[in-house]
Design a protein around this ligand. Structure first.
Ligand code: NAD
Length: 489
């Protein structure tokens, strides 16, 4: 059969009645929603329709100061003194509420971000809850986590943590940040991304519902200037940042010479490497998942496909055939595979870099697909004939755009995979276990997946080499970023 049988799917939209979006939101400081001290506001929109969802407060330097003071008070008065067992109970409670309200969070995430409901429902929100469950378990066992380098000192919290997150996995990144910080006894001020603040604001309600002591979690909305005020605040003990390499470098410059600690989770340009002995059909699924999951708005996306030359034509033909079945459209439809691009600015960047790819001589291909007239959309796109020097092989497109390159030997695959300023993740597809181990050893990437891609688990540390940042999040290693063995404050 040369053509796949074409199935027509009846629309299966998830109801948005489960969410209650307010027309405007204040800041969450000291356990309650408050007005800004003179800040303006901005709008968050549904990227699939451009519908304005709500007015969001742009936090000022003064607001950030209020939030840091609330976090300091909560740290000194309550949270820093609680036993790990009690902190764990709060985290378990938050985790259970997230599970109970999972549908509400999933729908809200999809409306504000543009990602398909099947991803927010099956990946983002369950994993966010899992991070709270996992870290709840650690809260009373920190002295057994091997965090003190054998010195025997009890690990202590750092104090007040400033956390800044991006828009691609709003709720999941919040969980990656808040769960370990709280488990270790710190209090936090978190700033969500300006295009996706709504689930963080709903999480503030969860903190209230869980009776979390006021000031333990503070949510400050705003854009880069608000994040910068948090970075520069003198009473923040540690910064945890996920976002672009450019902003990560600026943060590192700002805090150099201060006593602030930092973890930076930045960009990536992962190689997904397919050898000729790989199970090709399975690899094709992994390639699709690697670059088209979450519209390719994934720091560890497999955006550079490295295929062994002998199977290049077969892999590309099967990949193209598979991509004709990808359903692009309404993110709330349970059938949708590829949702909306998160913002007009991100769509512009994807279009610009794709145009550069064509101009530099790569061959561009997309399956036929009808994109909605309203909203921000980009079709799944594959570039073949890509050279290592092309910008689409070097720079993060952060969209549903795959660059295909070839190699002949494992050594060449390693050299090409490592030929990037980044080092966040990589994938290896082969039948040989020994080759997987050899490749994993050679690849300069924080995570190496073998015969799979984009698998995440709270027990597994995640983080990068080189310009992908420093520090690890998740697992036992992730706890290290939130404790000291010194006297504390
Ligand atoms: P971004 O760096 O523009 O923004 C990230 C966050 O930083 C936002 O909340 C933003 O408001 C804030 N910010 C902007 N300027 C700031 C400043 N000067 N000081 C302090 N905060 C500031 O990145 P983005 O466009 O939101 O996210 C996409 C990027 O994030 C991609 O490069 C992607 O690879 C990276 N990312 C990395 C990981 C990881 O774990 N390594 C995960 C997700 C995304």
């Amino acid at each position: 059969m040369s053509e796949l049988a074409k199935f027509e799917y009846a629309p299966a939209p998830e109801s948005r009645a489960v969410v209650d979006i307010r027309s405007s939101y204040g800041l969450f400081i000291g356990g309650e929603f408050v007005e800004s001290a003179g800040g303006g506001s901005f709008k968050t929109v549904n990227p699939a329709t451009e519908e304005v969802l709500a007015d969001i407060t742009a936090g000022t330097t003064e607001d950030v100061d209020r939030a840091v003071r609330a976090a300091r008070t909560a740290y000194q008065g309550v949270w820093g003194r609680l036993s790990g067992a009690v902190r764990g109970k709060y985290l378990f409670r938050i985790a259970r509420i997230l599970q109970e309200r999972a549908r509400e969070f999933s729908v809200l995430e999809t409306i504000d971000n543009g990602k398909p409901i099947k991803e927010s429902r099956d990946v983002d929100i369950p994993l966010a809850a899992a991070h709270f469950f996992y870290h709840a378990g650690w809260a009373d066992k920190l002295e057994h986590a091997g965090l003190t380098g054998g010195g025997g000192a009890t690990p202590r919290p750092l104090g007040v943590v400033g956390q800044i997150i991006p828009w691609n996995f709003p709720m999941l990144m919040l969980a990656w940040k808040i769960a370990p910080a709280l488990a270790c006894g710190n209090t936090v001020v978190l700033k969500p991304a300006e295009t996706t603040p709504l689930t963080a604001l709903l999480f503030a309600e969860v903190c209230q519902q869980a009776d979390l002591p006021p000031g333990v979690v503070n949510i400050i909305t705003g854009a880069g200037a608000t994040g910068q005020a948090l970075t520069e605040h003198p009473d923040v003990d540690k910064l945890a940042f996920t976002g672009s390499t450019e902003v990560g470098k600026a943060i590192a410059r700002t805090i150099s010479g201060t006593r602030k600690k930092a973890t930076l989770e930045l960009g990536g340009k992962a190689a997904n490497i397919v050898f000729d002995d790989a199970p090709i059909e399975q690899a094709v699924e992994g390639i699709v998942n690697g670059i088209f999951f979450n519209q390719g708005h994934v720091c560890c996306a497999g955006s550079r496909l490295l295929v062994q030359e002998s199977v290049h034509d077969e892999v590309v033909a099967k990949l193209k055939r598979r991509l004709t079945t990808v359903r692009v459209g309404d993110p709330l439809d349970k059938n949708t595979d590829l949702g909306a691009i998160n913002s007009a600015a991100q769509l512009r960047q994807i279009r610009e870099l794709s145009a550069v790819g064509e101009a530099e001589g790569a061959v561009r291909w997309s399956p036929p697909c009808d994109l909605p007239g309203q909203g921000f959309w980009f079709p799944p796109t594959v570039f073949t004939n890509v050279a290592q020097s092309h910008r689409i092989a070097q720079e993060e497109v952060f969209g549903p755009v795959l660059s295909v390159l070839t190699f002949r030997t494992p050594q060449e695959a390693v050299a090409k995979a490592n030929n990037t300023p980044y080092g966040l993740s990589a994938g290896v597809w082969t039948d040989k276990g020994s080759r997987i181990l050899w490749m994993a050893d050679q690849l300069r990437a924080g995570v190496v997946w073998a015969n799979t891609f984009n698998k995440f688990d709270p027990t597994s540390p995640f983080g990068g080499y080189k310009e992908s940042g420093y520090g690890r999040e998740g697992g036992r290693h992730g706890l290290e970023a939130y404790v000291t063995t010194g006297a504390g404050r």
